[in-house]
Structures are given as C-alpha cells and as structure tokens.
Design a protein around this ligand. Sequence first.
Ligand code: SAH
Ligand code: SF4
Ligand code: F3S
Length: 463
Amino acid sequence: MKIHIKTYGCQMNERDSERIRSLLAIRGHIASDTEEGADVLIVNTCSVRAKAEEKAIGKLGLLTAKRRHPHVIVGAVGCMVQRMKDSIFDRVKGLDFALGTGGLSKICDILDRIEAGERRVIDIERHRETADTASAHEKSGLSAFVTVLEGCNRRCSYCIVPEVRGVEVSRPAQEILHEVRTLVAGGVREITLLGQSVLGYGKTTPVWESGHVSPRGFLEPFPRLLEALCEVEGLDRIRFTTSHPSGCTNELAAAISGLAQVCEHVHLPLQSGSDRILKLMNRGYTISEYRDAVGRLRERNSSMSVTTDLIVGFPSESDDEFEMTRRAVKEIGFDNAFVFKYSPRPGTRAEELADDVPSEEKLRRNHALLRDLDVRGTEVNAGLVGTEVEVLVEGPSLRDKRRMSGRTRTNKIVVFAEEEGIGIGSLVRVLVERAMPQTLYGSAVSGSLTRGGAGKTGGGLEL
Ligand code: SAH
Ligand code: SF4
Ligand code: F3S
C-alpha cells in the first residue's frame, strides 16, 4: 500500500513518523510524499496547545470527508490519541484507527486488522519496544534524529507532554550506539539526540552495561553518552534537544568544549523571566539559576549558541512580570527563540488557574518579544561577519540553485558560492561576508575542505 503521513508537533513526532514509515517499508509498503494516490493517510498529532489540536482535527476531518475511494484508510497517531482516547472517534467521524504514542511499533498489526475488515481500531497501551523497532530508520540523508529518552518526569504545570508521553524511560546506551553506527554506515554525518528533557538521560533508568568506564572520567550518564558517540568513526556532528538548566553542569560544559563532534548549541527553554511565574509553572529553577546554567556553558565555550522557548500570558502574568521576561531575554542574549501564547491544557495543574490574560494582550506580548528577539538575532549574526564558520554542506540553496547551503555548528544557515570539489556532505570553512536575521552569506575559504562531499547532486545521498 502507499502510505502518506502528515506530521504536526515537535522533532519527537518527526522521528516517530520516520519510524512508522520505516516499519511499514519492512512490510513492503511504500511511503508517499503526497496525499494523492495514497491508500493509507496517517496524521501524527500534537496536543501541546489547543491550536495544534485544532489543526490536526481539521486535517483529519478533511481527509475522512474527501476520501476518493472507500478503500482509503485514515488513521490518527500520537499525542492527541493518547489524550483523547476513544473520544477521538466522536470528533473525527469516519476515522479508521487511532494509535497512541506508546505503540507505534504496532502500526503494521493495526493495518492488518483494518484490512481484515475491523474499523475504529484503537491502541493506547505503552508496548515494550524491541531494539529493532526502536532503532528503525528510513534510508536517511546527512542528518538523523535519534530518540534517547522517551517520556518526561517533570511536571511543568502548563504541560500536557508527561501525560501523553508517559514516564521517563532512557534507552540503553549500547542500543543507541548500535543505531548510530548503523546510521553512519549508511551515510549519516550528523545526529540529533532527542528527549523532552534530554540532559536527564540515564538518571532514572540504568543505561550502561556494568563495567562501562568513561575514559575522560565523566560521571553523569549524558556526557558519557556523548563521549561514547564521539568514538563512532565518520560521525561529524552531535546535537541534542531539549535541555533543562538542571542538566547544564560543569560536566556538560566540559563535554561540549572537549568533544570535537559535540556542537556548541543548547536549546534551553526559559519560559519566563519572573521567579513567581517560574514557580507557578513548576519549572524547577529561578531566573538566577538559569543565568548561572548559561554562564557555565558559555564560560568554557565562547561560541556557544543558546536558543529558547518562552510562554506569554501564563495565568496571572502581570505587565511587570512580562517586562521581566523582556529584560531577561535581552540580558541573556539568545540566538533565537520560539514564543508561545499560553494555552490551557485539560488535566494540567495550570488549567485550574484562571486563564486571565486576554488574548489580545497575549498577542501584544508575543509581538513585543519577537521584535526584541529579532533585534538581538540580527546583532548576533552581524557579529559573525568577518569570522570563519564550519559548515556541513546540505545541498544547493533553495533560493538560488547556483549557491550552496549548509549549517554551522551552532545551527545557523549559511549560503555561499558554489565551488569545485564542494558537495553535499562536505565539511568546509566559510568566511561570513553578510548577515541577515536568519541567514549568513559568505564564501568558502580555499583549502579549508576537511572532508569531501558527494557532489552537488548527492551521488547516492538522499536529502
Ligand atoms: N520538553 C520540551 C518541549 C516541551 S513543548 C521542554 O521542556 O521545553 C515545547 C514548548 O511548548 C515548551 O517549551 C513551551 O514553551 C511550549 N508549551 C508547552 N505547553 C504549553 C502550553 N500549554 N501553552 C503554551 N505553550 C506551551
Ligand atoms: Fe513539558 Fe516540562 Fe516535560 Fe518539557 S520538561 S515536556 S515543558 S513537563
Ligand atoms: Fe511533541 Fe506535541 Fe507531543 S510537542 S511530545 S508532539 S504534544
């Protein structure tokens, strides 16, 4: 069958969709980029804000309503299924199946049941994964996501994720290493380790075989994992997301500065600059602890890039408290940030608080922060003009096919003039000549190619 998956939500969901496609491919099904002609249409859903849910419900409604043939199967998977359970069938008439976050490895069985004539099939159990189903990847390009930590044990008062993703479970380090070695053997050069609170890797689940020692003497599980991954021959870059200030220890700072493959970038959600609001959010740090966490990382890594998430209009957030967030954002100096308007989620602790910041005020705060961030982002990028940055080349630039584009270690997009010998997968130094808020422009430094690429069209690498 031809299968199309539409994905909403975070990188964890992108990875899950990829895993579903790869599991289906093992059974001989074919992934399709378009809805047209697909026999199975799957929506991977997100519950994080009401808007995300509305989008997914809208999409599912369209797909079930305009089914070309009765044989076309429409299913929902992921966080919304986990939250809504059976009631998702009432919201989406004609939905054939619903699969929660803990049973994606069951996708083939579900399709078999539908083929056998069952309808309204639902599975929201958390099934035990085998190493094979957890590690399944599609034939990938240069970069891959690797989930290292499922679920979340934090209880941020606004957040639905712990409910829909369950308790924290870290994957065994050997399994992750095997997955990454296989990916690298298939051409992957950059991995992003995923976890809702990724620095907590291995804190609540044993992850190392007994007797594992860290040559550099790291005691914390996450830095040890980074160290072990750096031994994988051919892997150029290691990224990780999302970080929490409690994990920004000296060991992490030492791992980032001491391990060449680990990129100098943390995505470290701040959420608010007011201690009172942070406490109501149950974030587990004060603004001064957050500042110290960033300080530790920057002290050892001068080019450290820090990006963040912010929520505006949390219940009872006053104008003064919002101004505290603005000041904190200016003072800490983020490379980039996502700003979200608070959205009450069913069953969370914050839902009990009155959602009392009017929506137009949330919008005003949102815009004000975005303006501040834009100013800062432009300054940060302007400061890079005249410096050299390492770029992993991803392919021709989308806007101008005669130029190449790639990313710095700090995850900024760089566009530069095409040159002999530089292709997809090349690792090259680029002199930055011009900066825009979201993109750097420059030219390759001659003789700086440290790793050859596969030619401009990829020579076998699929992007
Ligand atoms: N585990 C990650 C990501 C969680 S969801 C973390 O700890 O940060 C991504 C972002 O969505 C969060 O950082 C937060 O800024 C935002 N978010 C989560 N719940 C929200 C809600 N109810 N309303 C608005 N934004 C929310
Ligand atoms: Fe949600 Fe907090 Fe867990 Fe992130 S750390 S997923 S915001 S509960
Ligand atoms: Fe991600 Fe949304 Fe689920 S942010 S974990 S897809 S609720």
